[in-house]
Each structure stands twice: as C-alpha cells, then as structure tokens.
Design a protein around this ligand. Structure first.
Ligand code: ATP
Length: 244
C-alpha cells in the first residue's frame, strides 16, 4: 500500500477577516506541514498579524476555517488550542517584568506540567533556549533579546507541536539575531514545526525553508525560499509596484 501524502499540521482554508469596512484578510489559504520552518512575509499592512490572530483565536474569521492536526479549531478557545499543541510568541512582550526569569517560566509552565516535575522542567527550558548563564534576574533587568528568548522558553512550556513566532528578530542586534536563528534551527532539528512572521529578509534567508507571501490580505506567492527570492513579482510588491 502506498500513501506518501503527509497531512498538514496547520491548514488555513479560505479565510476572510473583515473589520467594519476593512477587509484585512481575503480568501487566504495556507498549509504548514510537519517539520517545516515556514515564513509568512509581505509588505506592511498585508494581513500577516491578522492571520496569526485568527490562528490563535484573538480574532474569529468572518469566513473560512482553520484546521490543526486535522481538527477544526476555527472557534476553539486559545487555551484549548495551546493544550492541543499550538503555541505562540507575539511581538509585544508577554513577560512579567517585575518577576524573575524563573518565575516567568513557572507561570507559563504550571498549567501544562505536573507540580512535582515543574522545577526540573523550568531548568530544562532554560537550557533549551540557552539562557542559563544569565542566572535568575528580574525580567526588567534583561535585554530585549534576552526577554525574547525567555518568551520562547515560555511558549515552549506548553510542549507545542507548532510554534508561532511574530517577528522573532525585531529589535535584535546582529549577535542576538544570530543566536535566535541558531535557536530556531535547533528546535526545528529536534522536531519542532515553526511558523513565523518576519520583515528582516537576512533572517528569513538564514532559517526559512518554505515561504508564503501576502499582499493586500491575499496570498501573493508561495514556494521554497529560493523560489520566492527569485520571484520578480515579490520583489516588486516590496518596492510598492504591482506585479504586471
Ligand atoms: P505589518 O507588517 O505592518 O505588521 P501586517 O501584514 O501584519 O502588517 P495587519 O496588521 O494584519 O498587517 O493589518 C492588515 C490590515 O488590517 C491593515 O490595513 C490594518 O490596518 C487592518 N487591521 C488590522 N487589525 C485591525 C483591527 N482590529 N481593526 C481594523 N483594522 C485592522
């Protein structure tokens, strides 16, 4: 018996989101397959963040549906989606700045990890994202980059199968960007599927394997990183000119 077709881990199907008179996302579809590092790019206002918010449940689609592991999650609560294995790190910091690094991870992990395993899991997550050398500072004393890695650790506390990252390289210096790239590649090597939004094309080049391009709320192009980098229409929408 031959059955080589792999099912998508995440399937966004013909999704539209209207805010009053504004159509932020229009009839947009995208599949993310297990093992991918899939990047969603597009000019400002293309609809990328809205797609993320539809996936995580911050917004409900006006039309269309979203499947995760083959199940319809269009109207499933965000916390239930996390229990199903979908975790997100948004661009706006979601850390508690007056608490310590470990207290932050503990808050993120306690809903998913049995109490007697919690401390061991916190230490494991610290090693996974490579921030043991920081000690246990108050988060407000950590750099922007260090807070980003802490947030990735917090997102991993849910033991996700799919990790969503909204602009993981935003505001990072070159060394921090490189550290983040290495971290995502290592997580992926260990089996994590990753979907991320990014504007920094050097970062996209460094880690993305599959790319979906959005423009004016719709899918403009899709393919391997190499195909997208050689797509003239994609270059043109970034220059503000419509592809002919
Ligand atoms: P950027 O790269 O600048 O973050 P984006 O691709 O993430 O942009 P979105 O933030 O998804 O784009 O926005 C898509 C469109 O939807 C924009 O025109 C935006 O103004 C509009 N929009 C997004 N959220 C809302 C909202 N809550 N109410 C009204 N309009 C919205």
């Amino acid at each position: 018996m031959e059955n080589t077709k792999v099912d998508a881990l995440l399937s966004v199907q013909k999704v539209t989101k209207e805010f009053g008179g504004i159509t932020a996302v229009s009839d947009f579809s995208m599949d993310v397959y297990p093992g991918e590092i899939h990047c969603l790019i597009g000019p400002n206002g293309a609809g990328k963040t809205t797609v993320f918010k539809l996936i995580t449940g911050v917004h409900q689609p006006t039309y269309g549906r979203i499947l995760f592991k083959g199940k319809n999650i269009t109207r499933v609560s965000t916390s239930r989606k996390m229990k199903m294995g979908l975790s997100i790190k948004m661009q706006v910091p979601g850390v508690y700045s007056e608490l310590t690094l470990r207290e932050n991870i503990r808050i993120a992990a306690q809903n998913f990890i049995p109490k007697k395993e919690l401390e061991k899991e916190i230490e494991r997550l610290i090693d996974v994202v490579g921030i043991r050398n920081l000690g246990n500072p108050l988060v407000k004393n950590m750099s922007h980059g260090q807070q980003q890695w802490l947030e990735i650790a917090m997102a991993l506390a849910a033991k996700p199968d799919l990790l969503l990252l909204d602009e993981p390289a935003a505001g990072l210096g070159p060394d921090e960007t490189e550290f983040t790239a290495g971290l995502i590649l290592e997580l992926n090597r260990q089996g994590m599927t990753v979907l991320f939004i990014e504007h920094d094309m050097n970062f996209v080049r460094r880690i993305a394997k599959d790319v979906t391009v959005m423009h004016n709320g719709s899918k403009f192009a899709e393919g391997t990183l190499d195909e997208i980098l050689h797509n003239e229409g994609v270059a043109q929408i970034y220059l503000g000119k419509e592809a002919g």
